[in-house]
Design a protein around this ligand. Structure first.
Ligand SMILES: *[C@@H]1O[C@H](CO)[C@@H](O)[C@H](O)[C@H]1NC(C)=O
Ligand SMILES: *[C@@H]1O[C@H](CO)[C@@H](O)[C@H](O)[C@H]1NC(C)=O
Ligand SMILES: *[C@@H]1O[C@H](CO)[C@@H](O)[C@H](O)[C@H]1NC(C)=O
Ligand SMILES: *[C@@H]1O[C@H](CO)[C@@H](O)[C@H](O)[C@H]1NC(C)=O
Ligand SMILES: *[C@@H]1O[C@H](CO)[C@@H](O)[C@H](O)[C@H]1NC(C)=O
Ligand SMILES: *[C@@H]1O[C@H](CO)[C@@H](O)[C@H](O)[C@H]1NC(C)=O
Length: 512
């Protein structure tokens, strides 16, 4: 009897605990729904329909989503359009950024949209670039490994950390390690690389079993492990959506972490966040696509570059020479963006690569915007980008030599199992949808530019015609009736000639 009673009590306990859990998870969902909806409402309230989104305002904020190729825009466009003085100091560096700088007109940052709270938001235009989320995750992984691998020149992790902090404090340079998200992703990968090296012995470099470049377990944390780590959940997945909504792990908004955690825990709340992200994209001055590299650059030059030039009083819109130059000759290069910021670290990193980078910059460093046109801008961009890519791919090759077998490439990506790709897609469902939306915006931008250009051409033809009439008239004193008579005369002559020709043909036919 006593035994039965105990069993019953236990069963009741189990049931009640389960009920409690269900109730608390229900309660959590309700609480989270309140949190997320409250946030979405406050965003909608603070962002009214604000005027003409297509005109460039006083300040340009380049919301640089990591691994979208934004660095080439920064180096090869923005640096040509803005002088160093116009660039807000330490653009990439949150800690030392000072937006109160009076003349600055350009901010380029990995900070998320909440950074707008530090800027005069009604006078700020925002631009960004989106990328296929699967490629972005691959690229994030590759870059984490690449940067972390550079530290393998040190005998152990302690010494690597020590040397780096010494160099950094001495040079006061901005390093990848100062910048979100790399300040979390690189040390995490670095620690893992050293641990794996210690485990296999420092002398043994040959990878024993190798499935594909993304699964070299004895050298590097494999991709499938990387994407499932809590750090990746916190920072990488749906990163574009969180960055555009200002909800990243790096947000200035105090409630951001709660909203993000709620959305991660209850995926059905994601659409509230997605809605905010889409409407933000809609209101941006420009949205580019990493995959449409050439067309994006052309649009950027026309939609943003032309306005910067005209604001600085040097517009000379060049409408002819901006046709796409066939296939992207650089598309064989591994990645459009292989480095994040200028690293001035001497000890562990190839300084010749930095020199190569600087050489790529000299073309534009005179900042003689005086005669710069959109056409010239595109030309300079093409030259700049190919140099930049060359130096970046060299740098990557050198870094990855230290983790044998992990030679990443587009071809190697094909060998990654389908299941891993599917997992990346499902972990990034918000970003997948946002990317589709960005593609639509891109098509609209493209159309708009076409219309704008065709009206410019029509206008030009019209003025050309007017010019011709004026020229004739100036040498032949024109009065309206003379012009009409002249026109009538020409018409009659043409009619007579046609008549003559057709009658001749008819007579030929009759003869035959
Ligand atoms: C790390 O390497 C440095 C330099 O070779 C050495 O002095 C130090 O003892 C090493 N530390 C550990 C924990 O092995
Ligand atoms: C980097 O190297 C250059 C010369 O190669 C040297 O002048 C400079 O002091 C070094 N910087 C640091 C931070 O060590
Ligand atoms: C951001 O994420 C990293 C990595 O997971 C973590 O170490 C850090 O504490 C997080 N920061 C905030 C403010 O949550
Ligand atoms: C562009 O690339 C595609 C596929 O790689 C190729 O079929 C096509 O001939 C190329 N066009 C030009 C103009 O090079
Ligand atoms: C612009 O071009 C004109 C003639 O083409 C030249 O005289 C002038 O110096 C140029 N200005 C700048 C800033 O390069
Ligand atoms: C990758 O690296 C391994 C050795 O590290 C080499 O044998 C292989 O040829 C490389 N593959 C490619 C595609 O470069």
């Amino acid at each position: 009897m006593a035994f039965g009673g105990l069993a019953l009590a236990l069963a009741l306990l189990v049931v009640s605990v389960n009920l409690l859990q269900v109730a608390s998870s229900d309660g959590d969902h309700a609480r989270c729904e309140g949190v997320v909806k409250g946030w979405a409402a406050s965003v909608a309230g603070s962002e009214g329909k604000d005027g003409d989104k297509l005109s460039l305002r006083d300040l340009l904020f380049f919301l640089h989503i990591p691994r979208t190729g934004g660095r080439t825009y920064f180096h090869c466009f923005l640096k040509k359009l803005y002088t160093n003085a116009e660039e807000c100091p330490r653009s990439y560096d949150k800690l030392r950024f000072d937006p109160s700088h009076p003349d600055c007109k350009l901010v380029v940052s990995h900070d998320d949209y909440s950074f707008m709270s530090k800027l005069p938001s009604e006078r700020t235009s925002v631009v960004t670039i989106l990328r296929n989320p699967v490629d972005r995750v691959f690229s994030t992984y590759e870059f984490s490994v690449e940067v972390a691998a550079r530290f393998l020149v040190h005998p152990n992790l302690t010494s690597a950390k020590l040397m780096t902090s010494r160099v950094l404090t001495k040079s006061r340079a901005v390093s990848t390690l100062d910048i979100w998200p790399w300040k979390y992703l690189v040390p995490w990968m670095r620690e893992d690389l050293f641990a794996r090296r210690d485990a296999r012995g420092i002398d043994k470099v040959r990878s024993s079993h190798r499935v594909n470049a993304y699964d070299v377990e004895d050298m590097v944390m494999p991709l499938h492990q990387y994407i499932n780590d809590p750090v990746a959940h916190e920072i990488i997945h749906n990163g574009a959506t969180f960055q555009i909504t200002g909800l990243t792990n790096n947000s200035y908004l105090s409630g951001a972490h709660e909203v993000r955690h709620c959305v991660r825990k209850h995926p059905d709340l994601g659409h509230f966040v997605l809605q905010v992200a889409k409407s933000r994209l809609d209101r941006m001055l420009y949205v580019g696509l990493t995959e449409e590299h050439e067309e994006s650059a052309r649009l950027f030059a026309h939609m943003v570059g032309a306005q910067v030039l005209s604001q600085s009083g040097a517009l000379n819109l060049d409408i002819k020479d901006n046709q796409p130059t066939g296939n992207d000759s650089h598309s064989s290069t591994l990645d459009p963006e292989d480095e994040e910021t200028n690293e001035h670290l001497n000890s562990t990193h190839g300084s010749q690569n930095n020199r190569a980078l600087n050489a790529a910059d000299t073309v534009k460093d005179d900042h003689g915007k005086g005669n710069l046109t959109v056409g010239k801008l595109m030309e300079a961009y093409e030259g700049c980008i190919s140099k930049l890519r060359k130096s970046q791919s060299n740098r990557r090759k050198i870094s990855l030599r230290k983790v044998e077998g992990a030679n990443f490439s587009k071809e190697a990506r094909w060998q990654v199992p389908e299941a891993v790709l599917e997992q990346i897609i499902s972990l990034n469902s918000l970003d997948m949808e946002l990317y589709e939306h960005a593609k639509k915006i891109f098509t609209q931008e493209h159309l708009m530019l076409k219309i704008q250009q065709s009206t410019v051409i029509q206008h030009k033809q019209l003025t050309d015609q007017k010019g011709w009439i004026e020229m004739v008239c100036s040498s032949w004193s024109c009065s309206p009736w003379k012009v009409v008579l002249f026109g009538l005369g020409v018409t009659i002559t043409i009619a007579l000639i046609i008549l003559a020709l057709t009658t001749r043909r008819r007579t030929f036919k009759l003869k035959v």
